[in-house]
Design a binder for this molecule. Sequence first.
Ligand code: NDP
Length: 619
Amino acid sequence: MLGLGVGSQTSSRRKTLPQNTENSSPEEDRIAEARQRYRIERKKRLRADGQAQYSQLADTYEEFDHDPWVEPGFTRGPVVEEVQVVIVGGGFAGMLTAIGLLERGITDFRVVDKAGDFGGTWYWNRYPGCMCDVESLIYLPLLEETGYKPTMKYTPAPEIFEHCQRIGRQFKLYPQALFQTEIDTATWDEAASRWRVTTSRGDELSARFLITAGGILHKAKLPAIEGITDFEGRAFHTARWDYSYTGGSPTVPMDNLADKRVGIIGTGATSIQLVPQLARAAKEVYVFQRTPSAVGVRANGPIDPAWFETQKPGWQAERMLNFTAAVSGDQPEQDLVEDGWTTVMWQNTQIEAGDPERATELERADFETMESMRARIDDVIDDPATAEALKPWYGKHCKRICFHDDYLAAFNQPNVHLVDTEGQGVREVTAQGPVVNGKQYELDLLVYASGFEVTTGLVSRLGFDPVGREGVRLSERWADGAHTLHGVLTNGFPNLLVCHFLQAGYGLNFHHYLNELTAHLVSIVATAVDDDITSIEATVEAEDAWLALLWEAGKGFGRYSASCTPSFHNSEGDRTMAAARNVVHPGNLMLYAAHLERWREAGDLPGTTVVRAVTAGAD
Ligand code: NDP
């Protein structure tokens, strides 16, 4: 869960937690030691450059950002059109928004995406071993509507991408899509109350609403390592996998790697899925680790198609709600999904404790969960030094917990080598490969599993800078971070609807979150159409009140995240105002959804400035 980027453990909380004393129990001593270890590990990783330690793919190597999944040479004529809505992004968010618009009878919209098809992150991420890490029954959208039955509890990426294409076909979204197209400019035309949008394909779109549904895993990032471009072997990011080099496919072994030395930078959720595949295929694998992930049991398996026949209509929505409650500390009577997530996240340990006893209880619960993760490593890994290096020393909400049955075991193979950088990360790459602690690792292939921009500025993630009223750019208005009502509406940018999760909500099941958010976006557009609203934007007062509400609600989360090792979850430990504004509504995402619902039901669009069309004959 994302928390505030600023703040620190309060001294009062520190005083109340168990310390090593003559009277403390062995368990209290272990917790106190762990707390100390968490501090040390965090400190090792804090960097003055924070989020600036990363660079974008194209800024490092131009060829890094090309799309491996389309034939080169695509051309089409420019589209010049008036539409109700331009949706930026054809992933889950863009598709759900489009379908919601269709359900409300709004058919004139365009979906613009840089990719060559629908799918968003599932279009780009085709690395071997890629699969959803949330149960497919709740993660894949519209299962009841499409009648599709996922084959596995955690289904492989190709199946998810195919499902996106299925949705695109069934809901007839393809004719509205402009693929392999990037937005160049988006400018609010005050006189016409329209967004004027131009694209890399020469399109000129005029839209009443601009919805940015670019996703949170859209901008792949690279560590800005010294000498990174000097490497003379092959290199690519996991979101641009090059099967022409590795051989194989997402379902076929990568035969070309049999004589290759492969390095992988990063040990997050992507790497955890990929390392076992590399371990099977490559001659030697070097895993460059900065911060170990906590890796729990996955226990994947096939879904019996007969199971679907036993379900009543509405089962998917019910299961999603049940999971969201189960991983938000709300403990539903029955845990329908019953998996690693619901086992690990059944208790929310980053809430404001209220009193010292409760704080101690929460810390103990968090410690026990992470201890079980650490114990699993001792159980699986043969070499004690490797086991020690693979142990995560931070709280369970600090990073996305991973689940995999083959990742840890891969380190028992003689061809797999953990290169533990002791929290420093790879800082130097030469023509031959990375250098760590003075040792040169000679590689044929270097894979960057270095993640995505999640909490950088929206403009960086969008790739264009919307120009609002009076020529003000979003990057100017948001120079000190995001200003929004509900994470969606922003002052000075009428009819711009932001679909992200900063200053909004968050769910471990991102599909559930997007269901709630896109329903809200669609409702705003439909209300505008029904009520002849030409423009709607947040007032500054409403933006400030919303941020104050989020900060108040998220006090416990801010404190918790300030003790975490840096990552995108806490804006890499940045202590700027922009990072402090990177906050989400804490707890069950339905609490955030309730704010949206109350706002919609209020009827008078509170906290917004609305301009209505003047109809002929009106006074
Ligand atoms: P992450 O940002 O989680 O991981 C990036 C990794 O790169 C981290 O281990 C980071 O270390 C490491 N790193 C960065 N710079 C260096 C360096 N200089 N040297 C060594 N290591 C470095 O990205 P992922 O792609 O793994 O995951 C991103 C998100 O994608 C996940 O949180 C998850 O939400 C999603 N995902 C979802 C999946 C699904 O099935 N639904 C599957 C895969 C990903 P450090 O931790 O120290 O920063």
